[in-house]
Write a new protein. Structure first.
Length: 316
């Protein structure tokens, strides 16, 4: 049995603003009844002052979903649209005196409904989630790769249980758990790569590798370098191929590694994460960082080559 605060119980048994505003000029819809949770948020916004004068909600879901929606309306009535846009799901949780970890997705749904309503008021069409084959990770709750990635990045999620609590993805049949783990690993690898300071050209050339050799010596051992990089790429390929993508090595030197992403990986929103993961794994293997870029499918030149040319000349 989950431990609910008295505030949660109050907002469940006595929900505020549980109504549909007939004169609403902003509407936000999230979720779907087929997936177990759905919320419609309606707002009456003063068009001269941008102040939210009234708010109403209609929620299909559990007690936490109802309480979160009720709390949301209390938080935003009287605020301007810009002020309301700053309300986070954590503020909803704090207002309620906390929510069980398994119910955090209810507060996230409230925040998403608010974002949708504000976009509707401003005449902005939010881009619908892309559920093309290979993008949809959790079929039980219709949660795609993008939503899971955003949740992992925003809330620093580190486990499948965390993802289930915030998105519901993976909470039913468990068939998508492996894919969810790959998203978590990719986001964490990207974050780690971003935290690694970029070396100057001088210490980049002379940085020691794991067995004590200097990085500049690796340049004379192209075959060994290529074999190491190819082995890392081959370890990644099965994971990409599951979703219709692939990656191959084009060229490897001690100052630049070029790969070719193909299939579903072409133009994928996870491209930067994939390249970041590869760069992190290669740096760990070699003992010094090497930029990893994707070959342009049209020109067959490494993307971002101009940005990297100065570094390449510096270390050649």
């Amino acid at each position: 049995m989950w431990d609910y605060s008295e505030t949660v119980k109050d907002h469940f048994f006595n929900p505020r603003n549980a109504k549909a505003l007939e004169d609403a000029n902003a509407v936000g819809d999230v979720g779907s009844i087929s997936c177990g949770d759905a919320l419609r948020l309606t707002l009456k916004v003063n068009e001269q002052t941008d102040i939210i004068e009234d708010a109403g909600f209609q929620t299909f879901g559990c007690g936490s979903a109802i309480a979160s929606s009720s709390a949301l309306t209390e938080l935003i009535i009287g605020k301007t649209i810009d002020q309301a846009a700053l309300v986070s799901n954590q503020e909803i949780v704090d207002y309620l005196g906390g929510l069980p970890p398994e119910k955090m997705h209810c507060s996230v749904m409230g925040q998403e409904a608010l974002e949708a309503a504000i976009a509707n008021f401003r005449g902005i069409e939010l881009k619908a989630d892309d559920h093309e084959e290979g993008k949809l990770i959790c079929r039980c709750f219709a949660v795609d790769e993008g939503k899971i990635t955003r949740a992992v990045e925003k809330h620093a999620l580190t486990s499948i249980d965390d993802v289930i609590n915030y998105t519901k993805a993976g909470g039913a049949c468990t068939g998508c758990h492996e894919k969810i783990e790959r998203v978590i690993d990719a986001v964490m690898a990207k974050k780690k790569a971003q935290q690694t300071p970029c070396p100057s050209s001088s210490n980049f050339v002379n940085a020691p590798v794991s067995d004590g050799r200097a990085a500049e010596q690796i340049a004379t051992e192209g075959d060994s370098l290529t074999q190491d990089v190819r082995a890392i790429i081959n370890n990644l390929r099965p994971y990409l191929q599951v979703d219709g993508g692939d990656v191959s090595l084009v060229q490897a030197t001690n100052h630049l590694i070029t790969v070719s992403l193909s299939g579903a990986c072409t133009g994928c929103m996870m491209t930067d994460i994939t390249l970041g993961w590869l760069q992190d794994q290669i740096a760990e293997k070699l003992g010094f960082p090497v930029p990893v870029v994707n070959q342009d499918p049209v020109s067959h030149e490494p993307q971002e080559l101009q940005e990297l040319s100065h570094l390449a000349h510096a270390v050649s």
